[in-house]
Design a protein around this ligand. Sequence first.
Ligand SMILES: *[C@@H]1O[C@H](CO)[C@@H](O)[C@H](O)[C@H]1NC(C)=O
Ligand SMILES: *[C@@H]1O[C@H](CO)[C@@H](O)[C@H](O)[C@H]1NC(C)=O
Ligand SMILES: *[C@@H]1O[C@H](CO)[C@@H](O)[C@H](O)[C@H]1NC(C)=O
Ligand SMILES: *[C@@H]1O[C@H](CO)[C@@H](O)[C@H](O)[C@H]1NC(C)=O
Ligand SMILES: *[C@@H]1O[C@H](CO)[C@@H](O)[C@H](O)[C@H]1NC(C)=O
Ligand SMILES: *[C@@H]1O[C@H](CO)[C@@H](O)[C@H](O)[C@H]1NC(C)=O
Ligand SMILES: *[C@@H]1O[C@H](CO)[C@@H](O)[C@H](O)[C@H]1NC(C)=O
Ligand SMILES: *[C@@H]1O[C@H](CO)[C@@H](O)[C@H](O)[C@H]1NC(C)=O
Ligand SMILES: *[C@@H]1O[C@H](CO)[C@@H](O)[C@H](O)[C@H]1NC(C)=O
Ligand SMILES: *[C@@H]1O[C@H](CO)[C@@H](O)[C@H](O)[C@H]1NC(C)=O
Ligand SMILES: *[C@@H]1O[C@H](CO)[C@@H](O)[C@H](O)[C@H]1NC(C)=O
Ligand SMILES: *[C@@H]1O[C@H](CO)[C@@H](O)[C@H](O)[C@H]1NC(C)=O
Length: 398
Amino acid sequence: MWVYLLVLLLPACGGRAFNFLGTVMTFYPNETSDDTVVLRYKLAFNECDNISVLECPFANCLLTVVSVDRVDEDSGGEWCLREVVVLVNTSSSKLFELRLTGGQWINVTNGVTDVLAVTHVDVRNRSSVSRANSSPVTTMLPILRVPSNCSMNWTLLTFDPDGDAVRCRFEDITSVLGLSSSCRLTFSPSNNSVEGAYAIQLLMEDFPLQNITVTNGREVDVLGNRISQIPIQFVLMVVPPVASCDAFSPVVLNTTAANGHFFYATVNSTVRLPIFAQSLSVSELLFCGPSSMNKTITEGRFELSWRPSDSDLGRSHPVCFVIQSTGESENNLQSELRCVFVVVERVLAVLKAGLISQGSLSMEFLREVFLPQLRTKLVEQGWPRSFTLRLGNITLET
Ligand SMILES: *[C@@H]1O[C@H](CO)[C@@H](O)[C@H](O)[C@H]1NC(C)=O
Ligand SMILES: *[C@@H]1O[C@H](CO)[C@@H](O)[C@H](O)[C@H]1NC(C)=O
Ligand SMILES: *[C@@H]1O[C@H](CO)[C@@H](O)[C@H](O)[C@H]1NC(C)=O
Ligand SMILES: *[C@@H]1O[C@H](CO)[C@@H](O)[C@H](O)[C@H]1NC(C)=O
Ligand SMILES: *[C@@H]1O[C@H](CO)[C@@H](O)[C@H](O)[C@H]1NC(C)=O
Ligand SMILES: *[C@@H]1O[C@H](CO)[C@@H](O)[C@H](O)[C@H]1NC(C)=O
Ligand SMILES: *[C@@H]1O[C@H](CO)[C@@H](O)[C@H](O)[C@H]1NC(C)=O
Ligand SMILES: *[C@@H]1O[C@H](CO)[C@@H](O)[C@H](O)[C@H]1NC(C)=O
Ligand SMILES: *[C@@H]1O[C@H](CO)[C@@H](O)[C@H](O)[C@H]1NC(C)=O
Ligand SMILES: *[C@@H]1O[C@H](CO)[C@@H](O)[C@H](O)[C@H]1NC(C)=O
Ligand SMILES: *[C@@H]1O[C@H](CO)[C@@H](O)[C@H](O)[C@H]1NC(C)=O
Ligand SMILES: *[C@@H]1O[C@H](CO)[C@@H](O)[C@H](O)[C@H]1NC(C)=O
């Protein structure tokens, strides 16, 4: 097993900076080159300036930093989130560990200081899918906030491109949070939940549904257990108690896409994710997603917009967001965490179809009845069976 080290180069202002707020690392094989794996990770620090990533601190390191881009930052200056894309040459090994190290956490109450995030990379060819393995896909905001006397749940996104089961566990025991193997985090008020910042370090792992064989081109192995492992690290901020836990924080309205929702997008066209919230003027939208995603306030709602490029094609991109109250206060409050996927697909054809109906038509009817019937008709007309139909623009005429 090979171990590479990635070092964070910290601000040039001298001394060691206590400024790390977390990371999430995912990887997937590069489709255009059998011998490279794409490592896409998020890095959060206190500040936006003067952070760079040093590749190859040791000889024979096969890493190439492709890009380091800003994703989002909060208005209070607590965090700045970046996305880093790295190509790893896997011609000599398809099974190794990547270590992110060299920095220091912000001062936290649970005793974590040095940064260490380990990704267990396995990109051997899998019998079950006839291609290289990918890690589970997820993402996380740098800081989650909760008042010390309220209960809160957060459900992490869990998606595996290979169809594996995904499970979570703590890397180190944290008494302040509960975690289920299905990646649901819970906070309940107790004597352990003293106010302050906590470094939370989780591991997400994928397990094949049955034994599979994997090969690196030379040897073949049977695997029935964990394949890959990715780190999810962030800060939990336990803030002073509030008078009422029912109405303590900004609220994401239920007209917003539900947690786990899939949006569909195509290369070079803009996809919009509307986010409805109460009291826009005293709150802000904070998100974690692709670095070229923009946030705006338009027509009385928040909106995330994104124009995927060719390199985003064929994958499900995770996006998480919260609404947070704004102000100087250390005691800013957060809404629940919502996470969705944006799947970037190839469009082969755009169809224009008309439907005449006497009654009103529901979206459910269009999706569940109309689309399957249209699909059957197209196959009868000689279309190949392996395509997916999705609803695009709908206009009503009376
Ligand atoms: C960032 O680094 C540059 C050059 O080293 C320096 O001029 C600048 O003041 C630094 N900015 C901050 C915010 O530290
Ligand atoms: C990977 O490294 C090997 C050996 O160093 C080299 O021959 C090969 O060209 C590299 N592949 C890529 C895609 O950079
Ligand atoms: C964090 O703790 C270290 C060591 O106790 C201290 O030197 C530093 O000033 C603290 N930093 C902040 C931002 O509180
Ligand atoms: C993986 O294996 C399948 C079938 O065994 C083969 O068609 C495919 O080319 C292999 N992919 C790679 C990246 O080696
Ligand atoms: C958290 O989840 C548990 C279990 O589903 C539920 O009983 C509880 O009401 C939830 N709490 C909050 C604050 O949503
Ligand atoms: C908190 O601590 C106090 C005193 O140690 C104890 O009486 C109380 O039961 C504890 N509460 C909880 C929720 O653990
Ligand atoms: C999976 O592989 C393990 C170890 O190779 C073996 O003990 C187990 O019986 C296998 N399970 C199935 C369902 O084949
Ligand atoms: C939270 O704490 C505050 C202050 O201690 C108290 O007034 C309030 O009733 C508490 N709320 C709940 C839901 O326990
Ligand atoms: C959204 O919330 C409103 C008011 O709380 C409720 O009347 C409505 O049924 C909810 N809609 C959905 C889709 O849950
Ligand atoms: C997207 O736009 C780029 C730059 O304009 C172009 O090179 C590329 O071919 C386009 N891709 C698709 C799928 O349209
Ligand atoms: C995002 O903002 C940048 C800079 O303002 C702009 O160039 C880009 O077109 C925007 N993208 C979308 C999808 O709106
Ligand atoms: C795949 O690898 C090639 C060659 O190493 C590189 O040019 C390309 O950008 C990589 N693709 C992605 C999506 O990073």
